[in-house]
Every structure is written in structure tokens, then in C-alpha cells.
Design a protein around this ligand. Structure first.
Ligand code: ADP
Length: 169
């Protein structure tokens, strides 16, 4: 697996799939979720509503896919990260599940290149260092004959620095 680090806005990335740090309602929110829905247009929300009508809310650690609407990416994989409440064991496992679920779903969609934001490290307050460690570990552990490249898209300097160090190791 080829791993890359980019500093910037995930809505601008041209890949087969980008991952959204959604909330369980799937109806949009702030942060990266808001940016993806704004840039991707109504199509993404319509598909999210369809998914909700079909299967209900998306549980923490799980993932669902829509098309990319007006985005350069073909798909958006929406996953729901855990809110950090200090229960390290439980919340770390849930965050790891986000990466696992998104990668599995990407594989089933025959995605070759996928971009991840730093799930849960914004409004959900997950400690950035720990979140980065989990993200890199899950991606490295994921063995796939389909997914060839994972791009970590860091929006803030702190995450960029954390990922740079983790990927140098
Ligand atoms: P969560 O609720 O999962 O914490 P947030 O969207 O609040 O989700 O934050 C997750 C991460 O996404 C944060 O590190 C934030 O800096 C980052 N982020 C916000 N906007 C964008 C964007 N347009 N592209 C990539 N990352 C973004």
C-alpha cells in the first residue's frame, strides 16, 4: 500500500473516493462534513437521505457510500467517528473501525485511491496524536489487492506534523 500525506482541503482531491467524517444522521454537519456537502452539491445529500430511509442512521465505526456529486472524487465514503469522552479503549476501537469499514467498502467499490480526513479530531475532540497513530496503523494493516493508494489529507498544521512524523517511522 502506497501512503501519501497532503495538507489541504479534501474536497479538492481527485481520487476514486474521499472519506467523510460524517455524523450518524448522515444529513450533514460542520467541519469536513459541511465542506463536502457544500462542494459536492445536493446529489450527495439526496443519496444520504435514501440510505437513511433504507437502513436508518449510520452507527459509529460503520461506513456507507454515495457518489461524489460535483466533487472530483467518484465516491464519498461516509463514516461516523466516535466522540471523545476519555474512554480510550472503547473510543480507539471505534475509530479503528471507521478506517476498517471505509477501506472495506472502498475495496467493494473497486476503489484504487482513497483519501481520508483526520476523522474525529475536530468537533469530536479525539486526541490528534492517538487518532493519527490509529489511522496509520489501520491503513498499514489493511492488505488489499484493489486499494493501491491511501492519502491522508491534513487540514491543520498540527495534524500535518503528527502524520509527517508517524509516516517517517
Ligand atoms: P469530527 O466531528 O469527526 O471531529 P470535523 O469535521 O470537526 O469532524 O473534523 C475532522 C477533521 O477534519 C479535523 O482535523 C478538521 O481540521 C478537518 N477538516 C475540516 N475541514 C476540512 C476539509 N475541507 N478538508 C479536510 N479536512 C478538513
Amino acid at each position: 500500500m502506497n501512503i501519501e500525506l497532503i495538507k489541504g482541503d479534501i474536497t479538492k482531491i481527485q481520487t476514486d473516493a474521499i472519506v467523510n467524517a460524517a455524523n450518524s444522521s448522515l444529513l450533514g454537519g460542520g467541519g469536513v462534513d459541511g465542506a463536502i456537502h457544500r462542494a459536492g452539491g445536493k446529489q450527495i445529500l439526496d443519496e444520504c437521505i435514501e440510505i437513511r430511509n433504507r437502513q436508518g442512521k449510520c452507527k459509529t465505526g460503520e461506513a456507507v457510500a454515495t457518489t461524489g456529486g460535483n466533487l472530483p472524487a467518484k465516491y464519498v465514503i461516509h463514516t461516523v467517528g466516535p466522540v471523545w469522552n476519555g474512554n480510550e479503549g472503547k473510543e480507539s476501537k471505534l475509530l479503528a473501525n471507521c478506517y476498517k469499514s471505509a477501506l472495506k467498502l472502498a475495496e467493494s467499490l473497486e476503489v484504487k485511491t482513497i483519501a481520508f480526513p483526520n476523522i474525529s479530531t475536530g468537533v469530536y475532540r479525539f486526541p490528534k496524536e492517538l487518532a493519527g497513530k490509529i489511522a496509520v496503523e489501520e491503513v498499514k494493516n489493511f492488505k488489499s489487492a484493489i486499494v493501491e493508494k491511501v492519502i491522508f489529507v491534513c487540514f491543520d498544521n498540527e495534524n500535518e506534523e503528527i502524520y509527517r512524523k508517524l509516516l517517517e517511522e
